[in-house]
Design a protein around this ligand. Sequence first.
Ligand code: G
Ligand code: G
Ligand code: MN
Length: 412
Amino acid sequence: MGGETTMTERSDIRVLVLDDEPFILRLMGRMLANMGFPQVATCETAAAALARIDARDSTPHLILCDLNMPEMDGIEFLRKLVEHRYEGSVILVSGEDVRALHAAETLALAHGISVLGALHKPVAPQDLNRLVSQLSAPGQRRQRQAAGTTYGPDRLREAIDRGELVNYYQPQVAVATGDLVGVESLVRWNHPDDGMVFPDQFIGVAEDHGLIDDLTRVVLVGALAQAREWLASGLDLRVAVNVSMKNLASLDFPDFVAAQTQAAAVPPPNMVLEVTESRLLQDVRAPLEILTRLRLKRFGLSIDDFGTGHSSLTQLRNMPFDELKIDQSFVHGAATDDTVRAIYDASLGLARQLGMQTVAEGVEDRADWDWLCATGCRLAQGYFIGRPMPAAQLGKWMQAWRSRVQSERLTG
Ligand code: G
Ligand code: G
Ligand code: MN
C-alpha cells in the first residue's frame, strides 16, 4: 500500500457519480475515463445510487456525490450510506459555498465515512486527480486507529517504569529570522514489539487511570536533561512540555517543576508548560493556584490548541498564560481560506492585545509560512519547518534548515 494508485488498479475501481444534472454526469464520466477509470456508473437520484450500493456486484469503491439535489439531498444521502453499510470512499462535489462544502465534509468524517475531499464546481481535472490518488490511503489510516485501544493501564505503568517512553522534539523557529528558538517535547512510546506508538494511543489511558502525573514527570525530567545538554553545547533553547489539566490537580506540581528545573540548572523562562483543557473544569481553584505559582516562578505558560473549544476564551481570561498557540486548524490554509484566516487574525489580535507571545502550529507549506511572515506571528512550528524528531537529529536538522532559509529565501 501507499503511493499513488496505478492505472491497472484504477481499472479495477468501480466509480459512481451521483448528480441530478445529466450534463454534470456526462462531464464527470468523461473526466474519469480520461484518468483511467473505465468502470464509471452514473445516477440522477440518491435512491438509484443506494440501489446500486445494495447490489453486491455493482457496489462502488468510490462515490462522487453532489450536495444539492431534489428529493434526497447529499447530506441525507451521507447518513443513508452509513445505514447501508457502504465501505468505500466518497468525494463531495458541489457548487455550494466553501463553508457549506466544508461542513458537509466534516459531517461525513463524523459519520466515519472515508472522505477523500471536497471539490467545488466547476471541477478541475487536476484537483479530481489529486483526490483519487489517495484511494490507497484509507486502509493505512484505519490501521492506525484500530491499534488505538489495545494498551491497558498495567502495560503503560510498566512502560513508564522501564523507561520505554522517549521524548521527540519539534522545532519552533522565529518567523522574522528563521532562528531556532525552542522545541516542543512530544512523547512517544518505544514499544519493544509494536514499534513507535503515538501519544493519542496512551495519553487518554494515562489520564483515566491515574498515570498521567508519573508520565508527565518522566517527560519533564527528560526534557530538562536535554535542555541542559543543549545549554552545555551552547544552544540556548526553550523547551515546551505538554501538561494535562489532570496534572494541575496535584498542588505539589509547581514545587516539583521548580526543583527539577533548578537541579538541571535550566533558567525557568526556558521551560514552557503547554496546557490544553481536556474537559470542562468543575473547580478552577487547584489549576488556578498551580498556574499562578508557576507564573510567579517565571515559567512560561502556553495555552495550547487555542480556538478549538478545548482552549477557550474563559480559560484565557482566568489563567495567567503568557503565550498563545494558534491551533493548526486555524493556521494551515489561512492564506486561501476566508474562514480560517478570520479565526487566525482574531487569535493573533487577541494575543497582541493581551501582550502574549504567539506560536502558530501546523505550518505545513510555503504558503502558510509566507502568511505568518506577512502577519507578524512570532514563532512557527510545523511539518514545513521540521517534524518531531529524536534529540540526536536536531543538529543535522539545524544545518539543513539554515541552508533552506537561505536558498529558499524564507525570511524577508
Ligand atoms: O505527538 P503528536 O505528534 O502525535 O501528539 C499528539 C497529541 O499528544 C498532542 O495533542 C500532544 O499535545 C499530546 N502529547 C504529546 N506529548 C505529550 C505529553 O508528554 N503529555 C501530554 N499530556 N500530552 C502529550
Ligand atoms: O496538541 P499539540 O499541539 O500539543 O500537538 C501537536 C500535534 O501536531 C502533534 O501530534 C504533532 O505531531 C502534530 N503536528 C506538528 N506539526 C504539524 C503539521 O505541520 N501538521 C499537522 N497536521 N500536524 C502537525
Ligand atoms: Mn502542544
